[in-house]
Design a protein around this ligand. Structure first.
Ligand code: CDP
Ligand code: MG
Length: 697
């Protein structure tokens, strides 16, 4: 039976900039204001987890691994580290670590916990996310961090000896670094019997973690177990789930219609709508704004709000505030509201059934961010958000036949496949090698990556000269690449910049590719036109990387201390300031490695050649019809509308690009014009010349 048409992702207008969901910016989310009249201590005691405090502490004493399952909002992330701290697990300079899959979750939970503990953020309670550390090496006792940061820490301290307890939060999401950490922790635990590990997970996956960690595998004598599941049966109200009879043609439109139906027919209560990304959310808000005019003046008011990771903090505040009287709050959110962020007062959930996810696409040989059906586990989690404060309703914008337990042919998976099994693993592979884990086949992955992906990753690293023929890390290049906190391609470019004598400029470009929304381009209509005109002032014929460089240089000269300059030129002050901070940190790496940082003195060719030395894999050629073909897989690619190359043609016919985003088409983002010969010259193992065109080696 072919999958129903409906499961094609709804049309996403390729007009505005896309949210980079996978590398969410870390802006702080404020704590909720519910129960604000209660003291923080009283609020803590009202959380569902509080009843389980003693049991949890007992289990952590007795078992080496404790798997905690419980509804979102029950207090796992904020309370468990505090209980451990209070119970003495942080004595003798020990630290309790709690990892989060997302930056925004790490900073927001740390902020809340610092408040509860009565500490200044960065003192007793701190956090560490990429390019941002707010903690004290001597005083911090509870440390929230992204799982990637803790993984990196094992390069410096292989046994993670500072930590007495490590809590892996949201482990059911099975992000790549979560899985890698689980494997490493298993190894570390063999050498550190006193180390305790806490896994927080959704109920559905708890048994898998137990099986993975419990060394008492045959399970006949339960007293020999060294892992246990603790369930916090938090208060949950029933949620009635409704389905659409027929799949909608456009789920964004269907979501908006459903919102108005709820608003006109259902009792008071706020609405949470799950869409997949910023551009859909902005579209939905626009439609709601247009349609609000048509509803009766007598009807209660509507307050529509967006929620996504890159939202500016001022706008995030609004999400958590109770709406004005007689007003229904409607939040259009990405899956960030699924588990990481808790909003009180939600009674209705509208679920599109889709999520934006990074997956390896064998057609073009790279990871792409694409809209795909979410898993049943996600759908259930979303529905649960309606039942936190009272009985609720969840409206699923798909027919019940899509539920995989009812239909084995459904495109909806039961649970989300672990990231390591569905994405390009090259970045992780090098880091594992740097940890001395050379034989990846022997690493105890909870779900091993497909061997084809391992081979691909090895080949890629070999072409980047990071490993030798035997698969060993090269010195110093490979070792340094693993250390620099950038994606493999950018790391290579940065380290190669000495050879091309353009370190000054490459540092800037590397930093600028790490921040989002450099130009405020998202406004519609006339404003978009003005933004585009402003951006043209910085636009370089050579493409986006040099345009970013121009914007940065103008910013440091004119805009750094002058916000109105930034406003006038549609330059995002916050993003640029962050790029400056990142650049400074990257410079420290180069200094430490003794890499000479020179300026190319305006010689753009050197810069572009240096970019090719890392980006060679992401090369594409323009076709007569204006589309592109990837150099190696010959896959069809398009220029993303946000690129300065959208309205230009590469003089040489060739470009390299940073990444591919899939919506209605495969879009290349961040492009630079290059020469075909450079690809062969700088990546001889990846390409060879045959008959005038590039051929796969
Ligand atoms: O981790 P889990 O979902 O079980 O709950 P949590 O994140 O520890 O949140 C427990 C409660 O703390 C929430 O219901 C919020 O009321 C509050 N909280 C907050 O006010 N601000 C945050 N940034 C996080 C949690
Ligand atoms: Mg949590």
């Amino acid at each position: 039976m072919p999958p129903p048409q409906f499961w094609k992702p709804g049309a996403a207008a390729p007009g505005s900039s896309l949210d980079r969901e996978t590398e969410a910016e870390g802006s702080l989310l404020p704590s909720t204001s519910r129960n604000a009249h209660l003291s923080l201590e009283a609020q803590r005691q009202r959380l569902p987890i509080y009843k389980h405090r003693e049991k949890l502490l007992y289990c952590v004493e007795k078992y080496r691994v404790v798997i905690v399952v419980g509804q979102t909002g029950s207090g796992k992330s904020t309370q468990i580290p505090q209980y451990l701290h209070e119970a003495g697990w942080t004595k003798e300079n020990h630290v309790v670590a709690c990892t989060q899959p997302r930056r925004v979750a790490a900073t927001s939970v740390a902020t809340r916990v610092a408040e509860e503990v009565g500490s200044v953020l960065g003192d007793e309670v701190g956090y560490s996310i990429r390019f941002e550390e707010l903690s004290s090496p001597t005083r911090t006792r509870i440390k929230y961090m992204t799982d990637g940061m803790l993984f990196r820490e094992t390069m410096m301290d292989p046994l993670l000896s500072r930590y007495s307890v490590i809590m892996i939060d949201e482990a059911h999401e099975r992000g790549a670094y979560t899985d890698l950490l689980l494997g490493l922790l298993k190894k570390i635990m063999r050498k550190r019997p006193e180390l305790r590990v806490i896994i927080s997970s959704a109920t559905i996956d708890a048994e898998d973690f137990l099986e993975y960690f419990n060394s008492n595998a045959d399970g006949t004598d339960r007293t020999k177990d060294d892992a246990i599941i603790v369930s916090l049966e938090g208060r949950m109200f029933p949620v009635e789930v409704c389905y659409l009879k027929d799949p909608p043609v456009d789920y964004v439109e269907a979501a908006v219609q459903t919102v108005f139906n709820i608003h006109m027919k259902e009792p008071p209560g706020d609405i949470l709508v799950f869409l997949t990304g910023r551009e859909e959310i902005d579209g939905a808000l626009q439609t709601v704004a247009d349609r609000i005019q048509t509803i009766s003046k007598a009807a209660p008011k509507l307050l529509p709000l967006p929620l996504y990771a890159t939202l500016p903090p001022e706008e995030q505040d609004l999400i958590f505030e109770p709406p004005p009287r007689d007003t229904r709050k409607i939040i259009f959110s990405t899956n960030i509201a699924e588990a990481s962020v808790t909003i009180d007062g939600i009674k209705y959930v509208v679920d599109s059934g889709f999520v934006k996810m990074k997956t390896f696409n064998p057609r073009n040989g790279m990871d792409v961010l694409s809209v795909t059906p979410c898993s049943l586990a996600s759908a259930n989690q979303r529905a649960g958000r309606a039942g936190r404060t009272s009985a609720g309703k969840c409206f699923r914008l798909y027919p019940s036949s899509v539920i995989p337990t009812r239909n084995p042919y459904s495109p909806m998976p039961i649970s989300t496949p672990p990231e390591l099994t569905r994405s390009d693993i090259s970045v992780y592979l090098l880091q594992l090698k740097a940890l001395g884990i050379d034989n990846l086949a022997k690493f105890d992955f909870m779900s091993p990556p497909p061997s084809e992906m391992m081979v691909r990753a090895l080949e890629f690293w070999y072409c980047l000269k990071a490993i030798d023929e035997e698969g060993r890390l090269t010195r110093p290049l490979g070792v340094r690449m693993a250390e620099v906190p950038l994606d493999p391609m950018m790391a290579a470019i940065l380290l190669n910049s000495q050879e091309f004598r353009c370190g000054e400029e490459i540092l800037t470009i590397a930093a600028m590719t790490q921040v989002q929304n450099v130009f405020n381009m998202s406004d519609g209509g006339n404003k978009a036109m003005l933004s585009e005109l402003e951006r043209r002032k910085f636009t370089a014929e050579e493409g986006d990387h040099l345009t970013l460089l121009n914007a940065y240089n103008a910013f440091t000269r004119y805009g750094q201390k002058d916000k109105s300059w930034c406003g006038n030129h549609r330059i995002n002050h916050k993003a640029l300031s962050r790029a400056m901070a990142i650049r400074k940190q990257l410079k420290k790496y180069l200094d430490r490695f003794g890499i000479k940082v020179e300026s190319c003195q305006g010689d753009a060719k050197r810069l572009r050649r240096c970019l090719v030395s890392g980006y060679f894999k992401n090369a594409a050629r323009m076709m007569p019809d204006g589309t592109y073909r990837s150099a190696r897989e010959n896959a069809v690619l398009h220029v993303h509308p946000s690129s300065v190359m959208f309205t230009r043609q590469p003089s040489t016919g060739w470009v390299i690009f940073h990444e591919v985003i899939e919506t209605t088409k495969s879009f290349m983002r961040d492009l630079t014009v290059v020469e075909e010969e450079w690809l062969v010259e700088l990546a001889p193992h990846f390409y060879t010349f045959k008959g005038g065109g590039l051929k796969k080696h």
